[in-house]
Design a protein around this ligand. Structure first.
Ligand code: GLU
Length: 447
């Protein structure tokens, strides 16, 4: 059977580095297997799910290069969940419960105080048919729980190894709420079973769900998929990811930090694995090197310093052909191959190209720090045409004449010509700035 995996985000927020990592691991695994990838929106919570979040999720996955072969959403499938609930009712695997939240909280409290695990005590199973009918006739609406077997639940996890849970230690999960809304634990299995998902790859916060969900698969007579539970990502800064979801969202990294999609994928594919954290040249490279065996058990640390280092590498390796469509999108069609080659080795973010273009082509106020030196420099500036040897010839003579060298020689020149302390090599910048502008800037004029 060919591999089919799914990523099932809820459209109740933006994608962030946590759920993108899960998506990426699914995608890399299935692409390596030659299998398929499904995007499924877990949108049964109609109050919190929005179309705007759904659109943003699709846009972010596309931007990251995580293409999907199939698409589904749970809100299209309410009739099917109802059908499976009826089947479970018919065979006694779903049973009605009438406790409200306060009653359940009280039960848990009393269990905990007696040193018992806070699992549902199945009081509702003691209700007679007449009692149930009377409650319904009195207008009470039941919620429906799944009756777990006491048998142990076991599986071999691709990341965590052999897992085993005693059925008796688990709480019968609620399948459908009193208002008729089916819940994640249930819908997710119905979908995975109907859609023939072969591997469920998700965060280890779902391990306990897996234990109960395996019994739901079995009750549906559906083959149980293979599982991989990934350790949850943490931030290297020590801050909680849940508190930084805004800046750690895909949109935040893209729009505020100017991060390349491949930088995000490279970092998320490698952090927490035995591979080095390096920039990949392509998504294919990440696919080829993917292996569950390389994923460690301790929480991976997402470090924005690594992200920016990888981002810089990706920009340094970017050819003009790769950059050109993006430049056009930014209205920078005038940036030619020569200009790109002169500056991209010095950039860490793609949009810095715009600053360098403006510095070479638009007016700026020079910063004159060593007026004596700059005066001398203006007087000895060679006449055009210039090439990338001009800077060397000019500054060598200038050094000899003024006795200055190193930073004392180069920094005032850089400041006067570009207004910046750092930047691309001046031997490349000088010809791009051109004679007229360079002359005027050395004379202290805004040019
Ligand atoms: N909507 C669930 C989540 O985002 C999906 C979990 C799963 O993969 O089953 O946590």
């Amino acid at each position: 059977m060919s591999t089919l995996v799914r990523i099932a985000p809820s459209p109740t927020g933006f994608l962030h580095v946590g759920n993108v990592r899960t998506a990426l691991m699914n995608w890399l695994f299935t692409r390596k297997q030659g299998g398929k990838f499904m995007l499924r929106l877990d949108d049964t919570d109609m109050e919190r799910s929005t179309q705007a979040f759904a659109d943003a999720i699709e846009r972010d996955f596309k931007w990251l290069g995580l293409s999907w072969d199939m698409f589904a959403k749970q809100s299209d499938r309410f009739a099917r969940y109802k059908e499976v609930l009826e089947q479970f009712k018919a065979v006694g695997r779903a049973y009605p419960c009438f406790e409200n939240q306060e009653e359940l909280a009280l039960k848990r409290k009393s269990q905990l105080s007696r040193g018992l695990p806070p699992i549902y005590n199945r009081d509702a199973l003691k209700l007679t048919k007449d009692e149930i009918d009377a409650k319904i006739a009195a207008g009470q609406k039941p919620h429906w729980r799944f009756k777990l077997n006491d048998t142990p639940v076991v599986w071999d996890d691709l990341v965590q190894g052999h897992k085993s849970f005693a059925g008796s230690a688990l709480s019968d999960p609620v399948l459908v709420r009193e208002d008729g809304v089916p819940l994640y634990t249930f819908c997710s299995v119905v979908d995975d079973a109907d859609m023939k998902i072969t591997h469920v790859i998700r965060g280890e916060d779902h391990v306990a769900n897996t234990a109960v969900q395996i019994q739901i698969w079995e009750a549906m007579n559906a083959p149980v998929p293979t599982f991989a539970h990934l350790p949850l990502i943490t931030l290297a800064s020590g801050e909680e990811l849940s508190k930084r979801l805004g800046s750690m969202s895909v949109a935040g990294l893209r729009d505020e930090m100017g991060v390349e999609p491949l930088a995000i994928a490279s970092l998320l594919a490698k952090t927490g694995t035995s591979d080095a954290i390096e920039a990949a040249d392509s998504m294919d490279e990440l696919v080829n090197s993917f292996d569950f065996k390389k994923i460690g058990r301790s929480p991976p640390k997402f470090d924005t310093k690594d992200l920016m280092r990888i981002n810089a590498r990706i920009i340094h390796h970017m050819s003009y052909a790769q950059a050109a469509p993006r430049l056009a999108g930014m209205g920078l069609t005038a940036v030619d191959e020569k200009f790109w080659n002169a500056v991209h080795q010095n950039m860490t973010q793609f949009n810095e190209i715009k600053n360098w273009w403006l510095i070479a082509n638009e007016k700026l106020a020079p910063k004159i720090e060593d007026a004596e030196l700059i005066k001398h420099a203006a007087a000895t500036l060679p006449a055009a045409p210039w090439d990338d040897t001009t800077w060397g010839t000019w500054t060598k003579a200038l050094g000899t004449a003024t006795g200055k060298s190193g930073k004392a020689l180069f920094m005032p020149l850089r400041l006067a010509l570009t207004g910046q302390e750092h930047g691309p090599e001046m031997k490349m910048m000088l010809p791009l700035i051109g004679e007229a502008r360079a002359k005027a800037r050395l004379a202290g004029q805004t040019a």
